[in-house]
Design a binder for this molecule. Structure first.
Ligand code: NAD
Ligand code: WQD
Length: 338
């Protein structure tokens, strides 16, 4: 079975994707500098699957170190998760974000060309739809105007990958636009482990639940939405991971660039997330309402038809599953992997 290189494979989405790839019979090689993850996540993946991962510690920007991975392994396809992803930090440190996210992409493309690796799946984001496009987002919409450097790195990386596929006819590029991944593997052994104060809603809720944070602030309740709080397309990380297995199968059979939304198509509000987490896990989440957060859109959700039609993929898990599995991970690992 073919060998897949997961760049940034020890992270939240990479580790869950590793489980699904190993279960589907692929061999997995990871390359990660552990800047936002740890090797323990990969050990847990091995425990869950009973299979082994070949893990390299390196910075993907370091082309010599990366070439060694291609030299030592007969890589069939690359999945590019390796990026910095904190929106607020990207506003404070734009150069760091552009350097890291764009250089990792260029290094991977250069190595792929040298070693004749023809398939790359890229972790893009719904953020590329920007501010102008109406919901639900469809893949043929033009990329929009982003509100932060993180978002712009995704727009730029999509462009770079598309241009590479135009120039190299044998290349297959699959751009996966993730919506809001939450949840954890049902084993409770792997999950999201943010460093410092979580930026994203679900890890914050989970840390309030486990007593690491006193209360959640819900950012804004005067949006033009049914309950006044923002609505997002939350997707279970295991569903998302399975989407990557389908994308690999697609890339192996096709050439050129294709874009897919990976979302459920159903938006839920922040208040609904809190309510569902409380109900499913039989607990209270201490919360208050605060000001709107700069840059937040009232609504973001996918039209998920294309992934179903072409990849034969759709989400299977419910919001209840997402809330239950998040808590199962957090309560078993109150301090994450530490
Ligand atoms: P994550 O931070 O958990 O995983 C990213 C991994 O990449 C980490 O293990 C990190 O150590 C590694 N990494 C970063 N820079 C590297 C470098 N230069 N060399 C080697 N390794 C490097 O994040 P995640 O949530 O798993 O996200 C994976 C990808 O999906 C990212 O590109 C992210 O932008 C994208 N994405 C995430 C979300 C989300 O909400 N989590 C949504 C849309 C898109
Ligand atoms: C969700 C909702 C907040 C925290 C971000 C990136 C996006 C993508 C996914 C990578 C919003 C509200 C949050 C809190 C809150 N990442 N919230 N209190 O902003 O939709 O998307 O992550 O590509 O690019 O922008 O996700 O989880 O931060 O917020 O009320 O403490 O929860 O206002 O409405 P977002 P999020």
């Amino acid at each position: 079975m073919s060998k897949i290189l997961l760049a940034g494979g020890a992270g939240y989405i990479g580790s869950h994707t590793a489980v699904e790839l190993l279960n589907a019979g692929y061999e997995v090689v990871t390359a990660d500098n552990y800047s936002n993850s740890c090797p323990e996540a990969l050990k847990r993946v091995e425990k869950i699957t009973g299979k082994q991962i070949k893990a390299y510690e390196l910075d993907i920007k370091d082309i010599k170190a990366l070439e060694n991975v291609f030299e030592e392994n007969d890589i069939d396809s690359v999945i590019h998760f390796a990026g910095l992803k904190a929106v607020g930090e990207s506003v404070e440190k734009p150069v760091l974000y552009y350097r890291n996210n764009i250089d990792t992409t260029l290094s991977l493309l250069e190595c792929m060309e040298k070693y004749k690796v023809r398939n790359i799946i890229f972790s893009s984001s719904a953020t590329v739809y920007g501010e102008e496009n109406p919901v639900p987002y469809t893949e043929q919409m033009k990329r929009g105007t982003c509100t932060n450097p993180y978002g712009w790195t995704k727009v730029m990386m999509e462009q770079i990958l598309e241009d590479a596929a135009k120039a190299q006819k044998e290349l297959s590029v699959v751009l996966l636009r993730y919506f809001n991944p939450i949840g954890a593997h049902p084993s409770g052994m792997i999950g999201e482990d943010p460093q410092g104060i979580p930026n994203n809603l679900m890890p914050f809720v989970a840390q309030v639940a486990v007593g690491r944070r006193e209360k959640l602030t819900i950012f804004g309740k005067d949006y033009d939405t049914p309950d006044g709080t923002c609505r997002r397309d939350y997707i279970h990380v295991v569903d998302l991971a399975k989407g990557h297995v389908k994308a690999i199968e697609y890339a192996q059979k096709n050439k050129g660039t294709e874009v897919f939304n990976l979302g459920t198509g159903t938006p839920y509000s922040v208040a609904e997330i809190v309510d569902t987490f409380e109900r499913v896990n039989e607990m209270k989440i201490n919360h208050v309402y605060g000001e709107r957060r700069a840059g937040d859109l009232p609504e973001s959700y996918a039209n998920a038809d294309k992934a179903l039609e072409i990849l034969g993929w759709k989400t299977e898990k419910t919001l209840e599953d997402m809330c239950r599995d998040t808590w199962n991970w957090q309560k078993n690992n109150p301090n994450g992997y530490k």
